[in-house]
Design a protein around this ligand. Structure first.
Ligand code: IVH
Length: 685
């Protein structure tokens, strides 16, 4: 395609994708299917690969991330980011209202909003484009998190309608509760440290160096405060400014109330005190603001906070109950998670019977004993946590709760790796929950995407002896499936630790769907098959990187440790895990069976297709006139390969500004030509 046609198509795709993004993530009213959206995004990314010079700062492709931020640079805030005065009692709110009325008279209107519990962000927009996103920092200067913020789907990269030319809008980036639970569950399985609550998870995520990882993490954002030069603001009130901002594409809550007196404000506070537990995200209070901008100016600021706003904070809800016992659950990777069984108690509107105990260290920190009287709290998490033990109520001869030494499912001795919090059952191919978990992962949407099959049906097939591993799925016949049914017990997704019973049955249509879907999965590309194998630390992205670098399962199996770590983003931990996987003969048998079943174990197209850089490998280092990601894309789209470290197999070192002296020395020692960004362009000619 010639460049002018590409420019037009890129503009058209960007506009459509931005619009669909808004429909889906802001309005929650999608107009097209995920598939159609993915196809458009794929086309856009392909065109941008071909013409990297046409990549716009507002391109929807930025949503998938890819750029790495080594250091988050600090920038001054144009308007200081202040905090709010806090209050914990109705009396303090009444004082606030009286103070205001005394100062500016009785005719005053208030806006009540939810106080989102996340990380404050300030977004600067100029001519409708997101220019910069800063954290609060110390209030006068904050860190530039623009690249990561661009991956948050509900934050518009390009505004629509009659927007202001130059302004900032502030809001709160947060981690939705469900996504937070999933994140922690998978971290627990992988033995990584857990986030204490969604706020910490949001704060940790927004400062990740790899924006592609941020993109995968489902952060979201509410916006609540528009700031610009007074003379530039064409609105009289805060409420009006938010309604206008909503029209430009921002995600602004509908849970806002205009109140004219104390009673109306208290009603808002009281309603949300109960209703907050049903929200899919955390709030820690409500915010009361004076609505009129003129009155806000009259009231002004103290050194720390505006006089025209105050926060009312809710207290964390707590309850005391007895510990009845501890269960140990074994997950897909063999990680053993302790769960406390509690005497049922009412907390924040629900009856709580279980609480997570995370890992052995957590139990030791609490010094938990049998039958202890414990305080449970519903903070950020859906599953309550034990925050304290009442020692005065402890039975004199009660025993300490100790962690298991052997797997509760298969009896194998548990192991723990140095530096990891979780204990594991190492019997990965013989321990029932691990086998079932692996098969569940294998059939999941992002892996082999087998329809009509889920946790319950996998459990039933396993219990019937019909499947012992993923390869057995491909030997299933209609007669094996049709008519099978059983009442089974599974974990309650909304209340981990709780068990629910349900009936699982294979009817005619289901059985047909499963077999059809299994058949179709023979076309699933290699990188997803690799992901489906469930090799520890090999997630979607790593699987893609490995597939691109080695092109087949045998290529990966035969790669040396050095070759593995030479691949971009593959570190020692992943390389060791990959080698360990292939050293197990059972895994080689499984792969052979899957090969025999007709699955793809080779990359279809080599990404390094024809081009002037075909067969050449590059290391890039330093700062360039465009982003490093753009340089990498340029190399790849012309047939070259990017590698992360210099070796005697490297053909060129592309040096930008500020390249470290060590790299230069190493390249010189190995006799690798050092070329500039300009030289690279010459190679393309
Ligand atoms: S207004 C000048 N509105 O709470 C004050 N803040 O404890 C501008 N927050 O710094 C802030 N929800 O990070 C405002 N609806 C809301 C809010 C909100 C959460 C955060 C924000 C602020 C902190 C103060």
């Amino acid at each position: 395609m010639e460049i002018e046609r590409a420019r037009k198509r890129i503009a058209q795709l960007s506009e459509q994708l931005n619009q669909h993004n808004y429909q889906y993530y802001v309005l929650a009213q999608p107009l097209i299917s995920d598939y159609e959206y993915d196809m458009m995004m794929e086309e856009l990314i392909k065109l941008e690969k071909q013409f990297p010079e046409l990549i716009l700062s507002s391109s929807p492709s930025q949503r998938v991330g890819g750029e790495i931020t080594k250091n988050f640079q600090s920038f001054p805030h144009r308007y200081p980011m202040l905090s709010l005065g806090n209050s914990y009692s109705r009396a303090e709110i009444a004082d606030f209202i009286n103070r205001i009325k005394k100062s500016i008279g009785n005719k005053v209107e208030f806006v009540c909003e939810l106080k989102y519990d996340g990380v404050a962000v300030s977004l600067h927009y100029k001519n409708g484009l997101l220019k910069q996103a800063l954290t609060r920092g110390d209030g006068t200067k904050g860190d530039d998190i623009t690249t990561n913020v661009k991956t948050i789907r509900s934050i518009p990269l390009q505004l629509t309608g009659n927007y202001l030319e130059d302004f900032e809008i502030r809001g709160e980036i947060y981690y939705p509760r469900k996504s937070f639970e999933k994140l922690n569950a998978s971290r627990a399985e992988e033995g990584q440290a857990l986030f204490a609550n969604p706020r910490n998870a949001a704060a940790g995520t927004i400062k990740l160096q790899d924006s592609a990882e941020v993109a995968r993490r489902n952060l979201d954002c509410w916006l609540y405060y528009l700031v610009a030069e007074n003379d530039d603001l064409p609105f009289e009130t805060h409420y009006e400014s938010l309604q206008k901002a909503k029209k430009w594409g921002f995600r602004i809550s509908n849970d806002i109330a205009l109140c004219v007196n104390e009673n109306e404000i208290f009603e808002f506070i009281n309603n949300w005190e109960k209703a907050r537990h049903k929200l899919p995200f955390d709030i820690d209070g409500i915010v009361v603001k004076v609505n009129s901008f003129a009155q806000q100016r009259q009231l002004g600021f103290t050194a720390k906070s505006p006089r025209w706003a105050i926060a009312y904070k809710y207290k964390a809800e707590e309850a005391k109950t007895r510990l009845l016992g501890v269960d140990f659950q074994v997950g897909r990777t063999g990680a053993v998670t302790p769960v406390a069984n509690l005497k049922p108690v009412l907390l924040a509107g629900t009856t709580v019977k279980r609480a997570t105990l995370h890992n052995a260290d957590f139990i030791a920190q609490l010094d938990l004993h049998e039958n202890d009287l414990v305080t449970i709290e519903k903070g950020g998490e859906i599953i309550p946590k034990i925050t304290a033990v009442d020692l005065s109520e402890r039975d004199a001869n009660s025993k300490t709760i100790s962690f298991l030494t052997h797997c509760p499912e298969c009896g194998t001795k548990l192991t723990r790796q140095e530096g990891e919090a979780a204990w594991y059952c190492p019997n990965s191919d013989g321990c029932p929950p691990q086998i079932k978990g692996k098969i569940e992962h294998f059939i999941s949407r992002k892996a082999m995407n087998i329809e009509s099959l889920g946790e319950g049906k996998i459990a039933l097939l396993f219990d019937q002896g019909l499947i012992k591993n993923a390869a057995d799925l491909y030997s299933l016949k209609y007669d094996d499936l049709f008519g099978l049914e059983k009442i089974i017990e599974t974990a309650d997704e909304n209340n981990p630790g709780n068990i629910i019973t349900r009936k699982v049955s294979f009817k005619e249509k289901t059985s047909e769907n499963i077999l059809k879907s299994l058949d179709e999965s023979r076309n699933v590309p290699f990188h997803r098959v690799l992901f489906a194998l469930g090799i520890r630390f090999v997630g979607e992205t790593v699987a893609k990187k490995l597939a691109d670098a080695f092109l087949s399962i045998d290529g990966i199996k035969n790669a040396s440790f050095e070759q593995l770590i030479a691949v971009d983003e593959i570190g020692e931990k992943i390389a060791a895990s990959v080698q360990q996987y292939f050293s197990d003969p059972n895994h080689l048998i499984l792969i052979q069976k899957l090969k025999d079943a007709g699955l793809q174990f080779e990359q279809e197209n080599k990404i390094s297709a024809d081009g002037p850089l075909k067969g050449k490998s590059f290391v890039i280092s330093g700062v360039f006139s465009v982003s490093r990601e753009t340089i990498k894309k340029l190399i790849e789209s012309n047939g070259g390969k990017n590698i992360s470290s210099l070796s005697n197999k490297t053909d060129y070192l592309v040096a930008g500004d500020n390249m470290g002296p060590a790299k230069k020395q190493k390249a010189e020692k190995l006799g690798i030509p050092i070329i500039s960004e300009e030289d690279l362009h010459k190679l393309l000619e």
